[in-house]
Design a protein. Structure first.
Lengths: 726, 137, 111
């Protein structure tokens, strides 16, 4: 069946080439049928890649270790759910998944604009197929998922235990979807520039694609942060790591585009800016994909060798060169004589927001690529740490939250100063009230957090006021009860209120960030049984150790062979709060040097910290443990087991582990704990959910009946009165 | 002042502000950064009191735990030069001999002392991800 | 390659070829450039309607002064009327062409 897969890949490349040829030929010769054939090539490509994906997926599910990829990343003990997802944990599989997702999203996008934007869509189809072809070619020639080994290995290496976590399984497809969705607006942007049709039709369609990209990419980023926090043993969620930044940068550009696109829709302005944004976002998305796969930056994500670096650099260079060329050569069509009516308008706020977002993106870009930049500039590679990033991103984030509170209140085109003053009264009051409360509570030392809380109150206040007033107006006009009026209000203005909701979500998210970083209490004590430590107002006491041993073939959640941990009792002012059970799981290893099936082998794999946390909206209490396996007695047991347990009787190895566990329980060493009390952290996840919900509302189409009925009537009325006036 | 002139002034002010901020950003990045070096580079150019980001592989048989302290040596990825490092703080789960690490060190007398919690360990390339350093905010 | 795999691959190629070749057999008429202009104008019209609704909503929420709102509303109205007029003109053009074609039996000029 591997041959079916590789045959499908090669055929996929052929389909790409055909589609590009047909689309370009069709659009240049004004031949609809070739354009249509080219579009269908995208659908066909999706089908072919789906078949290839099914082949590899089935291989994973059936544990066919003849496939090199399956042997490298899966094993008989990997639980089914994770085996199915292991496809995208390797370079080869993930290239295939990338191409598949790209072809699916491309098919959807082209289907949705069927019959519209004929020329632009044709060029866009060709460009999308070119990208797909690139990834397929990479797969075929550099990292083929259908490479096989004969004879088949008997067992696989297993999925990295760090990835055996639900969020980590969904995170890659989400991020790939986000990245591939960024390519769609890019392709339509290029297509529009090539066809010289950077107009209302284009911006309306592209904005929706961009919104979808923004949504998926955002979810992917948050899931990655969630994984980092809940699964890894360091207790943080964001580190300004190059790969984190790589996903954030296109997301910031998309956010900027979503706002400035509205200005182009309304006023026909900013065409150069919007085209550039959309092209930059797509380029950054490919750059992000590149960063993860090449070893070019010193990052914790070492994924794939340097072989993939060169093709990607060429692709990115090509994207940049073509983008600049197109924008410059089309500048006549892109110029507009329109201007802003007034600086005091929502359009202005959007422009400011764009500047801040692009500025933020630049800061992150600079910091991320600094090792390469400094090496080019001074010959010595150097890197900036998280504090440098924080120094610049925190003030920009503050401005962003402020703007997201001002935007909803200020009117399009021209806001009157008097009205604005009136409309800002409540939000400003909310901010002041928050300030007073916080000062009274003694929160005086952390300036940035204080400002962020007040600005968040401002934003939430302004959006609440908007909803309240809007509901009241609609309720008076239609006689509906407020809840129904609210639903109707939001339903008929989804873009506006979906956007407002997203602003609220962002404000909450930053409240969570500010609270959990500025007011965190952390400690890394070494505790022996019975000892306790006071941290952040809580007392944590090491009650007793825990240990468990699981048979190698147990399809349990994580498949850890040995699990050592502790029971921690958390109390506050003498009253019981919660019990935490952090542990460290030791896994089977596949590395050479340790005899297989020996005791040491059974626990020599990458250990994984199983953190526990107690979470409520006010604070998180988070704990991780690093048991001490270096104790002489434990080491002696392991050494003895290695010497005496016969290799062909793996069950006996488990006996040794059981002895180890019992010894650990009986005479536990002092273990190192990583403990944190993080106020308000949960608001990050709550905020993210609200942001996503707002995005979904904005994305959902307004019922055509609403738009039609209102507009036709209004237009006729207006037209008549306008004509009468003239 | 006619609108066109106003616009030009606004644009100039905005661009100047952007240039100034970008300049500040670029300047601080050079002064706030730590050079990324391999062990052989570190031996050659280390100045006491400066921080360096050392990257390389953990030398086989060099790992020793002594209570809170972890001693290990970092060697060039391709080469034999190695540097002994004294580290305290959180040890990422994948840390072991042969793995690639990144750690911030400072030369003190003859020893290289690592910044607390600055150790990052990369996973072997066939795996996808590795845990980040255990740096609290 | 096993016979089954070969058969499946051939089926796949045939299916995709059929999908892709479908439109090629149909000799479609070339679309006049008017069509694209019409689509763009309709998009502008929808955007203008949205603009008008936004302005109305802003006004109801008390964000505009009365004077400002009147100015904005009348600007938007006249812009909308302009777009509607241009749409109408294009549609009339299309109808005339269709009538001429039906009467004269000639295909319409496309360039």
């Amino acid at each position: 069946m591997a041959s079916l897969g590789s045959g499908a890949l090669i055929f996929a490349l052929v389909v790409c080439a055909y589609g590009i040829g047909a689309s370009v030929y069709g659009v240049r010769n004004d031949e609809d049928r070739w354009i249509e054939s080219g579009r269908r090539a995208v659908y066909g490509l999706a089908l072919v890649l789906l078949v290839a994906f099914i082949v590899i997926e089935v291989a994973f599910l059936k544990n066919d270790y003849g496939f090199n990829t399956v042997a490298d990343t899966s094993s008989a003990t990997t639980p089914l759910f994770y085996r199915a997802a292991a496809v995208w944990s390797s370079q080869e599989g993930s290239l295939l998944v990338w191409a598949l997702l790209s072809s699916l999203w491309s098919s959807l996008a082209l289907f949705l604009v069927k019959g519209k934007m004929r020329e632009v869509a044709a060029y866009a189809a060709a460009i999308l197929l070119a990208f797909d072809g690139f990834f397929i070619a990479l797969a075929i020639f550099y990292a083929n998922p259908f490479n096989t080994t004969s004879p088949k290995p008997l067992e696989g290496a297993g999925l990295d235990p760090l990835l055996r976590f639900p969020a980590m399984i969904i995170h890659p497809p989400m991020i790939y979807s986000g990245y591939t969705l960024c390519i769609v607006p890019f392709a339509f942007g290029m297509g529009a520039l090539i066809a010289r049709r950077v107009d209302t039709e284009w911006i309306t369609a592209t904005r929706r694609f961009a919104l979808a990209a923004w949504l998926f990419l955002g979810v992917g980023i948050v899931l990655g942060a969630l994984w980092s926090y809940s699964e890894l043993g360091w207790g943080g969620y964001w580190e300004w790591d190059p790969v984190e930044n790589a996903a954030l940068m296109p997301w910031l550009m998309m956010t900027a585009f979503l706002h400035s696109a509205m200005i182009q829709e309304k006023r026909g302005m900013l065409k150069v800016w919007n085209s550039s944004l959309v092209l930059a976002a797509g380029t950054l998305a490919i750059t992000g994909t590149f960063l993860v796969r090449s070893g070019v930056l010193s990052s914790i994500h070492a994924f794939g060798g340097a072989t993939l670096g060169v093709p990607f650099v060429i692709l990115i260079g090509l994207m940049i060169a073509c983008s600049i060329y197109l924008v410059v050569s089309r500048r006549e069509q892109l110029s507009s004589s329109h201007r802003l009516d007034s600086l005091f308008s929502r359009e202005s706020v959007f422009l400011l927001n764009n500047i801040v977002l692009v500025g933020l993106c630049f800061v992150i870009f600079w910091g991320t690529f600094f090792p390469l930049i400094s090496e080019m500039a001074t010959g010595q590679a150097a890197s900036v740490g998280a504090p440098w990033f924080d120094r610049y991103t925190v003030p920009l984030a503050l401005i962003l939250v402020l703007l997201s509170g001002i935007g909803p209140v200020i009117a399009w085109r021209k806001a009157s100063v008097a009205n604005v003053k009136r409309n800002f009264a409540t939000p400003v009051l909310a901010a002041l009230a928050t300030l007073i409360v916080l000062l009274a509570l003694g929160v005086t030392s952390k300036l940035f957090a204080l400002v962020m809380f007040c600005l968040a109150a401002f934003t939430i206040g302004s959006v609440t006021q908007e909803l309240w007033r809007g509901t009241r107006v609609r309720s008076n006009a239609t006689g509906q009860v407020p809840p129904r009026a609210l639903l109707g209000l939001v339903g008929r203005n989804r873009r506006r209120y979906g956007g407002y909701m997203t602003h609220v979500g962002i404000a909450m998210l930053f409240v969570g960030v500010a609270g959990s970083s500025s007011f965190m209490h952390a400690a890394e004590p070494r505790l022996s049984v019975g000892k306790s430590i006071d941290i952040g107002g809580y007392r944590m006491k090491y009650i007793r150790p825990t240990a468990s041993v699981t048979a190698k073939n147990d399809a349990a959640e994580t498949g850890a062979t040995l699990d050592l941990g502790a029971v921690l009792r958390v109390s506050k002012k003498g009253r019981y709060v919660t019990t935490l059970r952090p542990s460290e799981g030791y896994y089977d290893s596949d590395e050479a040097g340790v005899p297989p099936e020996s005791v040491g082998h059974l626990i020599a794999g990458t250990p994984v910290s199983h953190v526990t946390l107690s979470s409520n909206p006010l604070r998180n209490v988070w704990a991780a443990i690093e048991p001490d396996l270096q104790a002489p007695k434990l080491q002696r047991i392991i050494a003895a087991g290695n010497k005496t347990i016969p290799i062909d009787k793996p069950e006996d190895g488990m006996i040794a582990l059981a002895v180890l566990a019992r010894e650990y329980l009986a005479h536990p060493q002092a273990a190192k704990f990583n403990l944190r009390v993080q106020p308000l952290l949960m608001w990050i996840w709550i905020g993210a959910i609200i942001v996503a919900a707002g995005g979904l509302i904005a994305l959902s189409p307004t019922p055509r009946t609403v738009v039609r009925r209102v507009s036709v009537r209004a237009a006729r009325r207006r037209a008549e009165s306008g004509l009468a006036r003239a | 002042m006619n609108p066109a002139r106003k616009r030009t002034i606004r644009l100039t002010v905005a661009l100047s502000a952007a240039v100034v901020l970008a300049g500040a950003l670029i300047y601080t990045s050079f002064s706030a950064s730590d050079p990324t070096v391999s062990p052989s580079q570190l031996i050659a150019q280390a100045v006491p009191g400066r921080h360096y980001e050392l990257t390389g592989k953990v030398l086989a048989h060099s790992v020793r735990h002594e209570g809170e302290v972890l001693d290990f040596s970092v060697k060039d990825r391709a080469g034999e030069a190695a540097v002994p490092v004294r580290y305290t703080g959180e040890v990422p789960d994948p840390f072991k001999e042969g793995r690639e690490v990144v750690v911030t060190v400072e030369k003190q007398d003859d020893k290289y002392v690592a910044e607390r919690n600055s150790l990052i360990t990369k996973c072997p390339s066939k795996y996808k991800t590795a845990p980040p350093k255990g740096k609290p905010y | 390659m096993s016979p089954l795999a070969a058969a499946l691959l051939i089926m796949l190629i045939a299916t995709v070829a059929a999908i892709v070749a479908g439109p090629l057999s149909v000799l479609k008429r070339r679309q006049p450039p008017r069509h694209a202009m019409l689509a763009e104008l309709e998009a502008q019209r929808e955007a203008k309607y949205r603009d008008i609704r936004d302005a109305e909503l802003d006004h109801e929420m008390g964000k505009h002064s009365e004077q400002d709102y009147e100015e904005i509303a009348s600007t938007l109205r006249s812009e909308a009327v302009e777009i509607l007029n241009r749409i109408e003109a294009l549609q009339r053009e299309g109808e005339e062409e269709a009538r001429a074609e039906a009467a004269g039996g000639e295909p319409p000029s496309t360039r």
